[in-house]
Ligand binder design. Sequence first.
Ligand code: GDP
Length: 183
Amino acid sequence: MSSDEEEEAEEYLFKVVIIGDSAVGKSNLLSRYARNEFNLHSKATIGVEFQTQTLDIEGKEVKAQIWDTAGQERFRAVTSAYYRGAFGALVVYDISRRSTFDSVPRWLHELDTHSDTTVARMLVGNKCDLANIREVSVEEGKSLAEAEGLFFIETSALDSTNVKTAFEIVIKEIYNNVSRKVL
Ligand code: GDP
């Protein structure tokens, strides 16, 4: 293989995990991003554990393998295998349910405990279409994110607001970390 061909064959595969309390919309964020689908009724995420999305970043093919907890968060902690090798994480709460926001520090702690590398982390306030029953303000989300050194965004898997942006900011940050050889 010539060096030109090697250059072209260069590609990246990064693992990204989605964490947060049950029913905050993790599965729907993933299905909205990967397949542009939304489900009104929660169904047990059995069998499907990840989806792979491909992005072009600076002419490089970057694949993100995005993992959904498959319902394991009901047992509070997901297994360490879930976190192993993750370079990015979306930590999701539901803006209409304060208890899910209060859980965020525990999810961050779990992520820190299990991760073995620098993880690009995004705090995601999902269900922003439910602003009329909002329990967590945008400012609270922002200030927690600032305090913890996370990116922050509000999304709606229902109406698609910011879903693509949320995933792609994380994936691009991972790419930047790798190219700066932080990892
Ligand atoms: P998970 O347990 O965190 O994976 O949550 P699901 O994706 O299964 O979603 C839980 C429930 O919230 C389902 O009834 C979804 O239809 C609903 N849901 C998810 N995302 C949104 C959203 O952005 N807006 C609204 N209004 N409902 C949502």
